[in-house]
Design a protein around this ligand. Sequence first.
Ligand code: IMP
Length: 432
Amino acid sequence: MANVVIIGTQWGDEGKGKIVDLLTQYADNIVRFQGGNNAGHTLVVDGKQFIFHLIPSGILYENKKCFIGNGVVLDPGVLIDEMEELRESGLPVTPERLMLSANAHLIMPYHRVQDGCSEAALKKGKKIGTTGRGIGPCYGDKVLRCGIKLGDLLDDGLFRDKLKENIDEKNYLFTKKFGADPVSFDEIYAGAQKHLEILAPYIGNVSVELDKARKSGQHILFEGAQGTQLDIDHGTYPFVTSSNTVAGNACIGSGFGPAHIDAVIGILKAYTTRVGEGPFPSELFDATGDELQKKGGEFGATTGRKRRCGWLDTVVANDAVRLNGVTGFAITKLDVLSGQKTLKIGTSYEEGGERLTAMPGNIRRAERVKPVYEEMPGWSEEIRHAKCVDDLPAKARAYVKRIEELTETPAMILSVGPGREETMLLKNPFEK
Ligand code: IMP
């Protein structure tokens, strides 16, 4: 029995989906524990592309059970569309294979409106560049203790009362503050009833189920979304998402005890990307940045926005090792670096005459830091065919080794292309 958490070590989009898919083979249960449909995990299986926003990609395996934990914010319409798409691809989703926590908070239509209005009202330079999916407003209501939980839908009186109170508040905000149209109780109520009809059989107590699974010796994989620098507490606040993206939240967001976690795999892209606004010290504004963007196909899986690209930054990687307790890295997209004559790795920052080895908490400082780089020779060969470390050019092996040295963390998985088969599993975290 082993329980493994997978998290992103940078600003999201590190290629978690593919690594989750790889490790899912060894797990019996796969759990989403935070975020919502701001996430987008792209997977290529037998040449067919799947993009998952909410349902764990483990659903592609017929004998696995998937869970959406209490820490997730759930847009029921999006979930139902995703279930429908999977059904159309010949992968029916049933309550035996997917359980939704009754305690997960619902993203309501007014949360999306609020996300749009709030973002539009921010001045240039202050905008977060959210995905517009209502994530922040939904988590905001949760913390303000007025949110609506999935399980509330099962109690019509409770749901009606909460919806009415929320809509009165939101409509005041929309009409008086933002000059926007009010939302309609009747429409939202009717929509929720339709969602309930489909989702009711899937609602359950995820914490209890995971406990049973653990006690019966099953393996559990916790699938994080976004990345460590987007964490609401530890990231580049306020340019972050509204949940804790670090590994500790795997426990809080699913109702699982921390003593039962055996390994934390940090997904580390071989270079760095960021989508949306906010500090990005090793960002490239030149032809190399454009090359990485093009060669890496760096477009957001949820919004289609071009991702900003830059060199690998081990200040960021070391923050992730510390904050998540990373036991091993999965280094992804190594193949995208093929053809770069020289590779740079940011190893510390300079700001105000000081040398820094962690991202500063002060956002203005984080915007000012300048990375200190070391350089390594790149490799010219394409490496997508590589099946084991020895198939890699010596310079690619040296690059991986240098990352391990700078972070004092072993590489357990190397990924050299988008396909399932373009992956090297050097150490399986499910094997103790
Ligand atoms: P929100 O999560 O939609 O509120 O967006 C807040 C910030 O997090 C924005 O900069 C988004 O671009 C970023 N973000 C949210 N989800 C993801 C993701 O899955 N990958 C990368 N960035 C994300």
